[in-house]
Design a protein around this ligand. Structure first.
Ligand SMILES: [Zn+2]
Length: 470
């Protein structure tokens, strides 16, 4: 265990934000060379280190231990820290490790540190080890995508990138980011008075992990508002909402040009009351407000406005299908961002499904909605699902060891978000994969913390699993 913390501290000394992994990758390479272990570093700075079996395990099948080298770099706005140069400060506080108002990078430094502790410890009993460290997991997963799987002999893989001890992840959704482009036509503003309509105060959240909570989507709420107010006397000049496709938008704004401000306010107050009631349980802080705003020199044609509004309202949003057996979200979509420009209105979505065919079906539906309103649809960021395998020897083995060690069975879960395991399982469909990890809290934020006792238990668990792989 002291080795795990030692290597974690070493990793924290090296800046390793996504895309900046060269130095940390080189560090693991020289670590392997110093131990006389076989090591491969590819052009994406992924690293594979191979350690032969301990005595008596020579005929055992190899096992892969995998984690990612990069970390999310987040700090508070008043924190002075250069993620390109400064080391992460590791602060021990009782059972907790945290950093000095920055992300800690226990996601996923703990995985790399555990693998390094296994590689460097000659007292452990284990089959041949293949440690795999990937890059850019937190952004594009391009490290895992570029990984040459033929370099690996192992057909069972333990990924250490889960954040709850006692929860084993066994599947994940695939995803794609569709964008519907609706061409726009502008006309001169028919009236002199302009108003800004704002939806705000929503809780938002992660478009995968929080989608089952049914929270309001500010863009979708705006779609309903515009549906109720836009007509000959009330014209749309601009709409913009949300910040990222994969975040449930908390705010959306539209600029309206209207004949009669009083009529607009009274319509809005009726619609606002209805929407606030509809979302009162899940989003009690929702505000729908209007204020005067500067004059615009053009507004959308009525047809353009309807094309935009209908597209927003018809694209499926939120949970689309549930997996009733695992009680998990199976398919979902999030209208994350809307932007209008001189040429078009862009409606940016994050679509996810545990089933590849269902992802395609919803995508096709989005394309046909876009087509109906004169638009076209493109996509980027496609990644595969890690489909749940009903039969898994590795899972059975880990569940039985965990249950014996800790007196309770682990929870088996799939997640409605992307994992590197999906990319690896697409490359090697016969790979038996499980994802585990110690308790980490508030990852990807300056509040990120790790539990020392949980790391210790998971380290004990990992070494016991290796010992039983005879
Ligand atoms: Zn991670």
């Amino acid at each position: 265990m002291s080795k795990v913390l030692y290597y974690f501290e070493q990793l924290c000394r090296i800046p390793r934000g996504s895309g900046n992994e060269k130095a940390v990758s080189d560090y693991t390479v020289s670590f392997a060379k110093a131990l006389g272990l076989d090591v491969i570093q590819d052009e994406r700075n992924n690293v594979i280190i191979k350690k032969p079996a301990s005595r008596g395990y020579e005929s055992s099948a190899p096992v892969i231990i995998q984690g990612h080298l990069d970390m999310v770099c987040e700090k508070n706005s008043d924190t002075v820290h250069d993620f390109e140069k400064d080391p992460i400060k590791v602060i021990y506080d009782g059972d907790i490790i945290h950093a000095d108002n920055t992300t800690l990078g226990a996601d996923d430094g703990i995985a790399v540190a555990m693998a390094m502790a296994v590689l460097s410890d000659d007292t452990l009993e284990h089959p041949p080890i293949e440690a795999v460290f990937t890059t850019e997991e937190e952004t594009t997963m391009s490290g895992a995508s570029a990984l040459d799987i033929s370099l690996l002999k192992g057909r069972r893989l333990i990924n250490i990138d889960s954040e709850v001890e006692g929860v084993f992840t066994v599947g994940c959704a695939g995803g794609r980011k569709p964008t519907v482009h609706i061409p726009v036509e502008y006309t001169a503003p028919p009236f002199g008075s302009f108003a800004l309509v704002k939806v705000s105060g929503l809780l938002g959240g992660h478009s995968g992990l929080d989608i089952h909570r049914g929270r309001a989507n500010a863009n979708k709420v705006m779609g309903e508002i515009l549906e109720g107010i836009i007509d000959e006397d009330c014209r749309l000049a601009e709409i913009s909402g949300g910040a990222k496709e994969n975040a449930i938008p908390r705010e959306s704004r539209a600029v309206i040009c209207c004949r009669d401000g009083e009529r607009l306010r009274s319509k809005l107050s009726d619609i606002g009351k209805r929407l606030k009631e509809k979302y009162s349980a899940v989003d009690p802080g929702m505000e729908i407000e209007t204020e005067a705003c500067k004059r615009y020199d053009k507004v959308f044609s009525i047809e353009t406005a309807h094309n935009i509004i209908n597209t927003i309202n018809e694209i499926p949003n939120g949970v689309i299908a549930m997996d009733t057996e695992l009680n998990m979200v199976k398919t979902s979509n999030n209208i994350g961002v809307i932007r209008t420009s001189e040429e078009e209105a862009g409606i940016f979505c994050a679509l996810r499904s545990a089933v590849t065919a269902e992802k395609q079906a919803v995508y096709d539906e989005i394309v046909s909605i876009g087509n109906k309103y004169g638009g076209k649809t493109t996509y980027r960021g496609d990644y595969p699902a890690w489909e749940y395998k009903p039969v898994s020897e590795l899972r059975d083995m880990l569940v039985s060891i965990y249950t014996k060690m800790f007196g309770k069975a682990p929870v088996i879960e799939t997640v409605h978000a992307g994992l590197e395991c999906g990319i690896i399982s697409e490359k090697a469909p016969d790979m038996d994969i499980i994802s585990i990890g110690p308790d980490l809290y508030d990852i990807h934020s300056p509040m990120e913390r790790a539990s020392i006792s949980s790391i210790e238990r998971m380290w004990g668990f990992l070494t016991e699993v290796l010992r039983q792989m005879k």
